[in-house]
Design a protein around this ligand. Structure first.
Ligand SMILES: Cc1cc2nc3c(=O)[nH]c(=O)nc-3n(C[C@H](O)[C@H](O)[C@H](O)COP(=O)(O)OP(=O)(O)OC[C@H]3O[C@@H](n4cnc5c(N)ncnc54)[C@H](O)[C@@H]3O)c2cc1C
Length: 380
């Protein structure tokens, strides 16, 4: 590994290459800024990058959904040029008492985002502590989102969930093409270790495992892996890992045709989200016409044991994600690493780094895309 100084001063360095980071880079370039992106992963895309699985390329790493947000859909169609397809059947959540509920039912969001998690939290001591520590994120933000959903429902009626044709791989490819066109530099396999602000020179130094890079501003995401912020000198340390999201991928033989299925489970601690991703794996349909790939999000206690896999498989059958005759052919567990910035981290960063470090909110992708649709309209 060589360590050297890169003397180029960028207007902005963006840490991470998720769709939000890419859209931000695209926007900044349009505004005449010189942008560099850094990612420790081999491929760009963050949680939306694809993987090779069971010998197939361009498989989504986990379950994805784009909640209904008209402007967000328009960004994908108008700016990226990707047609949106109806999610068919409509994605749904499974609620313990109420059974499956389509995501376009506004009260599903109320239950899902506000009442159900909040009530669950109040009944456990750990949950209550979490609420008291961070009431904004645990109660108020979900409440506001639910009210917005409800208002939209009243205004435009039941929205239909859509998804970009070709899924995450095509979505990321198109974003990359925009960035190539704008000559944004992307450094992959480069891990940022430390960020240091030099106030006198109005510069941010980003020390990575390959080089030290300089910029006038740095963008990190609200899901950055931050460790701690140190004293007056303005040094921000980035840790290698803080939390894992586990994904279970099942290869299932099943003759039943199903375009898109998506479910979110609350009552089962083992996995909480499951979707059929076979349509989005290139060549998959042609080479394995009777097979499906099912992705499930697993809790952190998930062990790579057969009984857990069987439970996920049985759930998929019970909820019609696969037909009654379906057979499990193979499975794999993969891990994605990320954590969210806590409110106190955000406050500390703002206080210590002010104008030098900007935090991009990345929790709700569709809402983010809508925001960039507005920016794109202004920039053109
Ligand atoms: C499998 C999965 C599915 C998801 N599906 C949805 C969905 O359907 N809808 C939705 O709205 N949201 C979804 N999310 C949430 C998702 O986190 C956001 O959509 C969005 O990708 C978050 O962007 P981010 O940049 O904060 O984090 P990430 O997408 O996690 O990207 C962070 C990137 O930064 C890199 N990185 C981290 N630390 C360093 C470092 N020190 N140096 C260099 N690089 C670093 C990582 O390698 C990673 O590529 C999903 C998340 C996962 C894991």
């Amino acid at each position: 590994m060589t360590t050297h100084e890169d003397r180029t001063v960028y207007d902005c360095i963006i840490l991470g290459t998720s769709p939000v980071c890419m859209m931000e880079a695209h926007y900044q370039c349009r505004m005449g800024q010189r942008v560099l992106m850094i990612d420790s992963a081999k491929e760009a895309g963050g949680a939306w990058r694809d993987v090779e699985l069971f010998g197939f390329e361009e498989v989504e790493i986990g379950a994805h959904i784009m909640r209904h947000w008209r402007k967000g859909y328009r960004y994908i169609e108008n700016v990226l040029g990707i047609p949106m397809t109806r999610m068919q059947p409509e994605p749904f959540w499974i609620l313990p008492k109420y059974g499956p509920m389509p995501t376009r039912t506004p009260c599903a969001h109320v239950w899902n985002l506000v009442l159900f998690p909040a009530l669950g939290r109040f009944f456990s001591r750990a949950g209550l502590q979490e609420v008291l520590r961070n009431p904004k994120q645990t109660v108020f933000v979900p409440l506001v989102i639910s009210l917005m959903w409800f208002w939209r429902f009243v205004k435009v009626g039941a929205p239909r969930a859509r998804y970009p044709m070709g899924g995450a791989p095509r979505f990321i490819r198109r974003l990359r093409a925009l960035l190539n066109h704008d000559s944004v530099r992307i450094l992959t396999e480069t891990t940022a270790l430390e960020i240091c602000v030099q106030e006198s020179a109005k510069l941010v130094h980003v020390r990575t495992d390959r080089a030290t890079l300089q910029a006038r501003r740095l963008c990190i995401t609200s899901q950055s892996r931050l460790n701690h912020i140190r004293g007056e000198s303005g040094v921000l340390n980035l840790t290698p890992i803080s939390a894992d999201t586990k994904h279970l991928h099942m290869l299932v033989e099943d003759k039943a045709e199903r375009l898109f299925a998506f479910a979110r489970f609350h009552q089962d601690e083992i996995f909480n989200m499951i979707s059929d991703i076979s349509d989005y794996a290139t060549h998959f349909r042609r080479e394995k016409p009777t097979c499906k790939l099912i992705a499930a999000w697993c809790s952190s206690e998930f062990q790579d044991s057969e009984s857990h896999v069987m439970r996920a498989f049985i759930h998929a059958k019970a909820n019609n994600l696969i037909g009654p005759e379906a057979r499990l052919l193979d499975y794999k567990v993969s891990v994605y690493r990320s954590t969210e910035l806590q409110e106190q981290d955000r406050i500390a960063i703002k206080r210590q780094f002010g104008e030098f470090v900007e935090i991009l909110e990345t929790e709700n992708l569709t809402e983010n895309i809508a925001h960039y649709f507005d920016r794109w309209t202004q920039a053109n």
